[in-house]
Ligand binder design. Structure first.
Ligand code: ARG
Length: 576
């Protein structure tokens, strides 16, 4: 039906050209779902929008357009029997699909395991860089957003027919490891196996002790710096303790991933440490290309078009004055790996919007160096901050950032108020958190309001799960159906069929825009259409063809809801 909508849009555009000339070429009729059933299925306000520029009454414009669509022989053939157009109100064009078209939508869904999602013309190989927490630190709400958004994007891109390479760019390298290893040794913790068994609380406490000593004790700070050198030169005992710290953290991260039910596995870890051997070459190559400048002892690049508030050019620091390589050098090496070795067509970085300048500059330098050909698209998908009930960045009472685990605990507590059983509670809590995270425009900050997020009514994850469970319960009472969908005649049946036809287009849209909120909004619309259908159209009590048609609608709804929820990383329960 999406093709039909596009065709119809094109017919209206042709009609505009035929009636009013080239000045209005390419105008979008903006066909939108009708706001009320009596307005048909789709509406366009094109006549109203043209009235000003043309200086004509909107209804006259509408009448001429509808005539033009009807008399143009090529269009009448293709539109024949598909839909009727009507002039309405102050100057709207209402479109009503024929019931047969809507029946075909449902029939197509029921026979297509891909639910209408077709393979792209040119499938892309896409890196999705997401989650990416830091070793020996807690995952916080920012990492939650990256994990949830990145996971959904990875699923949608895969569903849309692309090849996805997940990369969890773990912060597992840097000067803090000198301090951490030195602290371990100072405390007599020399056994890597014991260190690898530390849990998150112990790792965090270690980090805090090390940091306190580093700040207070110059002798300790000195040995910590020497320890960084030992680590970088691969001294075995130092390397073993570092690896143990990384392993301990990875175990903790894996526990969070399995709790959240995200796709990330150990194979997706792509730690910063892996790029360490490539960093000198990054600097040398930039130097050979003449891109490198020295600034206060540091090696920097000034990419074109980046200036500070005072108008002076902004440097991207690749090598610090103390000789250490920075975060930017690692990201440059990472881009080279992704382009040269992984041969990607597109790389998507799902990271807090506060890092947007970092990524813009890294991308600009990589392009200038010729490491990032124009054929490869790179995008930083930034996202806003999670706010507490007071509308300020979410902090604990003592002013610390809220850990991911604390946040998931709180969500489970909220879910436990309405649901019983640990599995159900976890499933509902994850749905509440993920839906809230994905349903906002990514760039927008949002308030972590558990009561609202966990409600079973309104635009929430649990509401969608509930709709899914309800449709499963109906189908479960009508066993061994073949779901031979017939023609929907009731307005609520038609509206549901219409919504179902929107699934494939919305998947394509999210794969293209990387904005998951289109999918959450779509599934919410589908669930409300299903609820309205369920309230006005008895299914099990109906008979004959009507019953068949309604069961077919239920089954198609079940499939689309379950697949849609899966793409959001949300479980679709058969009962709740
Ligand atoms: N570890 C970083 C942080 O927690 C995020 C890394 C994102 N990915 C990247 N390629 N830089 O802020």
């Amino acid at each position: 039906m999406h093709e039909h909508t596009l065709a119809l849009s094109a017919h209206l555009q042709d009609a505009v050209l035929a009636c009013f000339g080239d000045a209005y070429a390419g105008i979008d009729p903006e066909l939108r779902p009708a706001t009320r059933p009596e307005f048909g299925h789709l509406q366009s306000n094109l006549p109203l929008r043209l009235a000003g520029p043309l200086g004509l009454p909107p209804r006259d414009i509408g009448a001429r357009l509808i005539d033009a669509v009807d008399i143009s022989t090529s269009s009448i053939h293709r539109l024949g029997g598909l839909a009727t157009l009507e002039l309405a109100g102050a100057g709207f064009i209402n479109l009503t699909w024929s019931p047969d078209v809507l029946g075909a939508v449902v029939r197509d869904l029921l026979t297509d395991p891909h639910l209408g999602v077709s393979a792209p013309e040119s499938p892309k190989r896409v890196v999705v860089d997401y989650s990416s927490p830091n070793v020996a630190k807690q995952m916080h709400v920012g990492h939650l957003r990256s994990t949830v958004i990145g996971d959904s994007l990875a699923r949608v891109l895969t569903c849309a027919g692309h090849e996805v390479i997940r990369q969890n760019h773990l912060g597992d390298w840097g000067t803090q490891f000198g301090m951490l290893v030195e602290e371990l040794l100072g405390e007599g913790l020399r056994d890597p196996e014991a260190v690898a068994g530390l849990d998150m609380a112990e790792l965090l406490a270690l980090y805090q002790r090390a940091k306190a000593r580093f700040d207070e004790d110059p002798a300790f700070a000195g040995s910590a710096r020497r320890r960084v050198v030992a680590l970088q030169s691969g001294q075995p005992a130092t390397l073993a303790l570092w690896q143990a710290l990384v392993d301990a953290s990875m175990t903790e991260f894996d526990a969070v991933y399995s709790r959240l039910g995200v796709l990330l596995t150990d194979d997706d870890f792509d730690g910063e440490s892996r790029y360490n051997p490539q960093l000198p070459r990054v600097v040398d190559d930039l130097d050979a290309l003449g891109l490198l400048t020295e600034s206060a002892g540091a090696q920097v690049v000034y990419p074109d078009g980046f200036t500070g508030r005072d108008g002076t050019p902004l440097p991207l620091i690749v090598r610090k004055a103390d000789g250490g390589f920075g975060y930017a050098a690692t990201d440059l090496a990472t881009i080279r790996h992704r382009v040269d070795d992984l041969a990607v067509d597109r790389a998507v970085y799902v990271v807090d919007h506060r890092q947007s300048q970092h990524f813009e500059m890294v991308f600009a330098v990589a392009r200038a160096a010729g490491w990032l050909p124009d054929s490869v698209e790179v995008q930083h998908i930034g996202f806003g901050t999670v706010l507490g009930p007071d509308g300020r960045p979410f902090k604990t009472r003592s002013g610390e950032t809220v850990t991911l685990t604390a946040l998931l605990d709180a969500a489970e507590e909220a879910a436990a108020a309405s649901y019983a059983g640990p599995d159900v509670v976890r499933m509902v809590a994850n749905a509440a958190v993920k839906y809230a995270d994905l349903s906002n425009h990514l760039a927008r900050d949002y308030v972590f309001d558990l009561a609202r997020m966990s409600a079973t009514t309104g635009e929430t994850g649990p509401y969608l799960q509930y709709a899914h469970a309800r449709v499963c319960s109906i189908l479960g009472q009508a066993p061994q159906q073949t779901y031979a969908a017939g023609t929907p005649h009731h307005p609520a049946e038609q509206r549901l069929a219409l919504e179902l036809g929107g699934f494939a287009p919305v998947v394509a849209k999210v794969a293209d825009t990387l904005e998951p909120h289109h999918l959450t909004a779509y599934l919410y619309g589908l669930s409300t259409a299903f609820t309205a259908f369920y309230e006005s159209c008895p299914v099990l009590k109906a008979e004959g063809e009507v019953r068949q048609t309604r069961l077919g609608l239920c089954e198609a709804t079940r499939q689309v809801l379950s697949e849609g929820l899966r793409l959001l990383g949300i479980e679709a329960p058969r009962r709740m």
